[in-house]
Design a protein around this ligand. Structure first.
Ligand SMILES: NC(=O)c1ccc[n+]([C@@H]2O[C@H](COP(=O)([O-])OP(=O)(O)OC[C@H]3O[C@@H](n4cnc5c(N)ncnc54)[C@H](O)[C@@H]3O)[C@@H](O)[C@H]2O)c1
Length: 342
């Protein structure tokens, strides 16, 4: 059986993708994660869900020699799904060099190793942040990318360029960049989910932690936008749907179905959900009222962004399945699991 390396496998999206890969059963899986934003407990959680135990190598991907040693140790590697990155937008503004160093160096080292060890298939975690504040909706892969608003966003924009330029000259490697919209939710068992190390910036973990009494009431930033209920519109996508897309993208590359050596796909539900609708979905899923207030608009927030993900449907055979209710119900189940565990 071939082996897939998942970098950042102890993190939020990486761990859900490992679960999908193990359930598919076509590949062995290993992880490299230095635990800078996660813990080895995730490996236990993956085992509890799948019944399979995988190895995580706790090394820094910025260390080329250590990364090479893992590739040497696994001559059966055929693909890499590269999730590992730092991702806190605010921190990236405060510490840009830390973000540029970590996110570029790790990507470059992965590409060097893939080329040297002829590991053919690479999937890169990108983001809808590459589109910036776009006013043409829905967003397709042909929509223009724009100057990133943070060093983090820039690591995705330039990361894609690094990948594209490298693939152009590579003898051994082909790649896909997947641009995620807003991944949320948790595994439906409630046994694995997002573990924000600090106060979450994202809506769903903020809602669940606030409902659990761990954070103050939610502030909805702006109730006077020109949308159906005045709040911002985002494209939320269940983390398990995102995970499934990675498995399908790996199969697509592995089976030689790609037409270009470097391709890009949006991963979104294709539907815009307002902040108030998300709050209502949570209240219904959790069977409780959520305390919130409506505050001023937050600088830098775009009014609405949602995807056209029909390219992924056409080529990868992938389509998001989970509803906003499923996303909220699983996120709440995970939050309750965490509280029981504490
Ligand atoms: N979660 C989102 O909303 C979102 C949206 C768009 C794109 N992405 C991208 O998806 C990827 C995964 O995101 P996530 O939400 O699972 O993040 P996460 O922080 O939960 O997972 C990333 C993992 O990478 C590890 N890591 C970071 N730098 C490393 C290094 N140098 N060496 C080894 N391990 C390292 C961290 O410890 C962490 O476990 C990231 O590239 C992120 O930028 C995430």
């Amino acid at each position: 059986m071939s082996t897939i390396l998942v970098t950042g496998g102890c993190g939020y999206i990486g761990s859900h993708t490992i679960i999908e890969l193990l359930n598919q059963g076509l590949h062995d899986v290993i992880s490299i994660d230095n635990l800078v934003n996660s813990s080895e407990k995730t490996i236990d959680r993956i085992e509890a869900i799948t019944g399979k135990r995988i190895v995580n190598y706790s090394i820094d991907l910025c260390d080329l020699a250590a990364t090479q040693a893992i590739f040497e140790h696994h001559p059966d590697l055929t693909g890499v799904i590269h999730f590992a990155a730092l991702k806190a937008v605010g921190e990236s503004v405060a510490e840009p060099l830390k973000y540029y160093h970590n996110n570029f160096e790790s990507l470059i080292n992965i590409l060097k190793c893939c080329e040297a060890f002829a590991v053919k298939d690479v999937i890169f975690s990108s983001s809808c942040t590459v589109y910036g504040s776009i006013d043409q909706l829905p967003v397709t892969e042909n929509s223009p990318v724009s100057r990133a608003e943070s060093p983090y966003g820039n690591t995705k924009l330039v990361g894609e360029e690094i990948l594209r330029d490298f693939i152009r000259i590579s003898k051994n490697v082909q790649a896909i960049a997947l641009r995620y919209f807003n991944p949320v939710g948790a595994h439906p068992t409630g046994l694995n989910g997002e573990l924000p190390a600090n106060k979450p910036n994202n809506l769903v973990p903020f809602i669940t932690q606030s409902a659990a009494g761990l954070l103050p009431p939610l502030t909805v930033f702006g109730g006077d936008y020109d949308t159906r209920d005045g709040s911002c519109i985002r494209d939320y996508i269940h983390v398990c749907d995102i995970a499934e897309a990675h498995v399908m993208a790996m199969d697509y590359l592995g089976n030689g179905k790609n037409t270009d050596a470097y391709e890009v796909f949006n991963l979104g539900s294709g539907e815009g959900v307002t902040v108030f609708e998300a709050v209502q979905a949570f209240e219904k899923a959790a069977g409780m009222k959520l305390k919130y207030m409506v505050g001023d608009r937050r600088p830098g927030d775009v009014m609405a962004i949602y995807s056209d993900s029909s390219k992924a449907e056409k080529y990868l055979g992938w389509k998001a399945k989970a509803s906003i209710h499923d996303m909220m119900a699983s996120a709440w189940k995970w939050q309750q699991h965490l509280m029981q565990e504490a």
